[in-house]
Design a protein. Sequence first.
Length: 353
Amino acid sequence: MNTESTLLKNTARLVIACLIVVIMVVGQAFLVPLAWSLFIAIASYPMLHKIEQRTGWSRSLINALFLLLLLAFLVIIGFFFYAELSSIFRDMPTLSATISDKLHALSDSMKRYGINLPDHIDKSYISTWVNEHNGLIMGFISGIGTNIWNIILIMFYMFFLLYYRDLIIQFYVAKIEDTNRLEMARERFFKSLDIIRSYLNGLLLITLISAVMNYVVFLIFGLKYALFFASFLAVLNLIPFIGNPIGLLVIMLFAFLTKDGMLVPSLIFISLFIMNFLQDNIVRPWIMGDKMKINAFVVFIATIIGGMIWGVSGMILFIPIAGIVKVILESREQEGAYAIFFSELPKKPKKPK
């Protein structure tokens, strides 16, 4: 009888998990902006709450001013990337000539080994490729419009979430009558908020530090568009395990094309490798602390599953979601043992001298 009951419970949990994944996939257009707005609202709540207490302004005015500042910041960032990319595209003829020279030299060196490579850039091939992939390019442009619509949705969601935030506490008080259960639910709720807040605030600070460090390295070695590539690499670092290698590959390719020889690209690669090591082992633990308390394998799995369900947004958002799942598992007696798989290995006690 107990075996049948356990099997029934496990089957029900599996069905519920599959249903949640289906809802996440089908409702992606609604859930992704809502998740971003919820997480950003949680991260900004302490600051807005202090402003409301000290100034005495209305909550709607404070929320509106905060969202306008956030929107202005996003517009400045978008304009910066647009201007930098426009400059890069204006230099494409010069870059094309440089690439042709590099290909010609590489083709001459490889012919000695019996390998034939093209020694110039075929401009007609590029035009043909653009015409054949016109639909892909238009899809990318329409995707930019979709992202703008998502930003507008996030702004509206954030305004209402920040304005009606007190309803969550009223819901807990009305639903849970037992004082002990209410205290446990309250502790679990604020612990989840702390995880999201520390993760997003730490992520923003690490991104700024990474951009500054990258910019200094690129200025030292005279890389063109140093500020753009520093920001580009810092933004890609938001995607764990995947973003940094992609950004590093693009920057190394650009350095190889714009610099003579391999000395400068090699020095840039070594410098970025050292900086990433310092960020992962010193800066990130110092800023993020141990609030997440989940191991690297769970972070990797969350990144892959998040990318499969919600794309790039899922790669970032599913990491704090994994931390919240760990908190929920730890608060339950029956499922508490499963939280062990989310944790780091216990530190071995130091042997006495």
